[in-house]
Design a protein around this ligand. Structure first.
Ligand code: IVH
Length: 665
């Protein structure tokens, strides 16, 4: 080789190294050392030389980043170490349960918390320090070879400072700003828009032509070293440091935490601060730091046991509006409801939600077939907040308010001043069913087990036509036990719960009767003031107005209610049956062990009656439920507990013995 040629090769090497270092300083360290103009002029020089002397073009040349390689199809890649996903936790008690499970094996666990980057996972394989393969996760065992596109991502090193063989894993993502400008450009060009940065990133790496990925401004964070021990590392934190040294971009917002308190603080801080990040995160990943303890805990078929992902409640999701169906409430109000393609929002699946009234739908021009955005703030029920007009195909069906009750067919009426339509037919089945469901509901008479479906079935079968029928259901006990889906145990539970409801304090009954404008709070005010149903019934409009917080509308509604012979008859029947009609003043004594928590009782309690226990829990600020779920906070276990006990253990829910319960009261 001539001297000149050797000099050219050296110069190419020099340019590659200079440009790669500059790129690393710019993209990974965020500390540029040369100007964009300088970078561009060196790059142009390199491009020219490579064109003239293609034999000297290096695999790690920055010109690779520009893209150009076009593949015909995606080759399959087998992951030697499977690429597992993470188990999810959605709230504090699930995080605590995860920690408790870890603690069973590892007495004093130390965790590393990281941001959960909302992109797609990638495996990068280096041989002799050179990037030879980039692959998607696929099903965890088999992924797709996306090397040509991975090479265009500027903060993924094409070569490492050491000639080692190594696999590194992390996330490819699209920064929020790139996503927005990409969608703007697509809109201008009449192209379909990406729903979110994750989809945009995934769509970009699945391109055959690497020029497209190169133009998409993708980026990466690396967070996992599958064979860390091989490199003499002992902890996850050390792995992250090691990856940084090799030139990878590791997310800077990483914290070693000492126990659950610190962990929860980290989560709280990022829940507030995530908006300010230039990329999207969808949660916090919690990993056991020490690699020995990781190994000890191992994996399930799908997830590592040594890590989990806390998912932020998704505050906004998009889904398709399949249909709009109308329902009739107990007051006769007719409501349009959105029937949705099921989506997960804030940890629960949503397939139906209210559209409130005609005006709500028409103002937003919500059409059947639209892609709609659904939001949820705090504990509030999810709402359809808008339509993605750009996703319309032209086949959407505009909304039309119905003119007749969807159940009984009566013509609907509407007051000028109100947005809602009503079915005024007092015999409308839908109204009656809703009234019955309301009567049994938790804040009303709290008759457990009477959800929408049972009430509707019992109504249709003729067992439950009016509120007072709840109390004569026992006469059909044998028949009911024969019904499909009911056993003797479940029917007995229903009947017991009905019996217990007779002893409720007056405010529950007042709310349960469904008197217009008498909600839970008003029920309590009235019960507290009048002390008994007799006194309330006897009260005149003027007397009612004297009550603090009772205005004309409520007073009028109450007077009207007691004037209806049908209502009078119902109250007399309930009285005869033995339903309590008096106010039982309770001293509310809030107790931090109970406030806001949901309790489930299982097994026989020896020192306190079950009903009394439930009442105590409520008095102390807690709620009771009959089923164990992730929403349960504490399960109180008596003698011979049932399957609820097993489920509670499985879900890692706090368990109290009867003794502990009595002590905590
Ligand atoms: S660790 C065996 N760390 O979340 C450990 N994953 O829902 C594997 N993700 O498939 C993953 N940020 O794509 C880990 N800091 C992070 C992450 C992260 C985002 C993704 C990853 C994973 C998914 C699980």
């Amino acid at each position: 080789m001539s001297m000149v040629i050797i000099m050219i090769q050296d110069h190419i090497d020099e340019l590659v190294e200079l440009l790669n270092r500059a790129s690393y300083e710019y993209h990974t360290l965020d500390k540029p050392t040369i100007t964009d103009q300088e970078y561009d002029s060196y790059l142009r020089e390199l491009i020219n030389l490579e064109e003239k002397y293609p034999e000297f073009k290096r695999a790690d040349s920055p010109t690779v980043r520009v893209g150009g390689e076009v593949i015909e199809g995606f080759n399959k890649v087998i992951h030697e170490v499977p690429m597992l996903s993470l188990s999810n936790v959605f709230n504090e008690s699930e995080i605590i349960a995860f920690d408790e499970r870890v603690k069973k094996e590892i007495p004093n666990p130390k965790y590393v918390c990281e941001l959960k980057i909302d992109g797609l996972s990638v495996s990068l394989l280096y041989k002799q320090g050179k990037l030879v393969r980039g692959a998607t996760r696929g099903d965890g065992v088999t992924g797709e070879d996306i090397t040509h596109n991975v090479k265009t991502i500027k903060n993924i090193p094409l070569s490492l400072p050491e000639p080692i063989d190594i696999e590194i894993r992390g996330e490819i993502y699209m920064p929020k700003a790139s996503f927005l400008s990409l969608n703007e450009e697509r809109k201008r060009n009449g192209m379909d828009l990406f729903a979110n940065p994750r989809n945009a990133a995934a769509g970009s790496v699945r391109q055959l032509d690497s020029k497209i990925a190169a133009s998409r401004n993708l980026s990466s964070f690396l967070y996992h070293l599958p064979n860390a021990e091989q490199y003499g590392l002992h902890s996850h934190y050390e792995s992250l440091e090691f990856m940084k040294k090799l030139g990878f971009t590791v997310n800077p917002n990483i914290r070693k935490v000492n126990g659950i308190e610190e962990l929860l603080l980290f989560i709280e801080a990022w829940t507030k601060n995530r908006e300010n990040l230039p990329y999207e995160i969808d949660g916090i990943v919690i990993k056991l730091d020490d690699l020995n303890t990781q190994r000890k805990l191992g994996f399930t078929a799908k997830y590592p046991r040594w890590a989990t992902a806390y998912k932020f409640p998704a505050m906004e999701v998009y889904t398709k509006l399949r249909d709009i169906k109308f329902s009739v409430g107990r007051t006769g109000q007719v409501t349009p409801n959105a029937i949705l393609e099921p989506v997960i929002l804030a940890g629960s699946t949503i397939s139906k939600t209210t559209l409130h009234n005609e005006e709500y739908v028409t103002l937003r021009d919500i059409r059947i077939g639209d892609i709609v955005s659904i939001k949820k703030a705090g504990d509030v029920i999810p709402e359809v907040v808008g339509v993605l007009e750009e996703r319309r195909t032209g086949n959407e069906i505009p909304f039309e308010m119905i003119k007749n009750c969807p159940i009984c067919g009566s013509v609907l009426t509407k007051k000028e001043t109100e947005a809602a339509y009503y079915c005024k037919n007092p015999h409308c089945d839908a109204k009656k069913i809703e009234g019955l469901i309301h009567y049994a509901s938790r804040d009303a008479m709290n008759i457990e087990g009477f959800g929408d479906n049972i009430v509707e079935d019992f109504y249709n079968m003729g067992y439950l036509k009016s509120i007072s029928d709840y109390y004569t259901l026992y006469q059909y006990k044998e028949e009911l036990m024969e019904l499909e889906g009911f056993g003797s145990k479940s029917i007995q539970n229903l009947l017991d719960s009905i019996e217990e409801s007779k002893f409720n304090s007056l405010e529950r009954l007042l709310f349960a009767l469904g008197i217009r404008y008498v909600g839970k709070k008003t029920g309590k005010i009235l019960a507290d003031y009048f002390k008994s149903m007799d006194q309330l019934e006897a009260a005149s409009y003027e007397e009612l107005l004297e009550v603090h917080d009772i205005g004309e509308t409520i007073a009028e509604s109450i007077v009207n209610y007691f004037e209806e012979p049908q209502n009078k008859e119902l109250i007399n029947t309930l009285r005869k049956i033995g339903v309590n009609m008096c106010y039982e003043e309770k001293e509310i004594r809030e107790n931090v062990q109970f406030v806001g928590k949901t309790f489930v009782l299982t097994g026989t309690l020896e020192n306190i009656k079950r009903e009394e226990a439930k009442e105590k829990i409520e008095l102390l600020g807690g709620k009771t439920s009959s089923t164990v779920s992730s929403k349960t906070d504490v399960v109180i276990v008596g003698v011979n507990p049932g399957s609820k006990f097993d489920k509670a253990r499985e879900l890692g829910i706090t368990i109290w013995t009867e003794q502990e319960f009595l002590e905590n009261m």
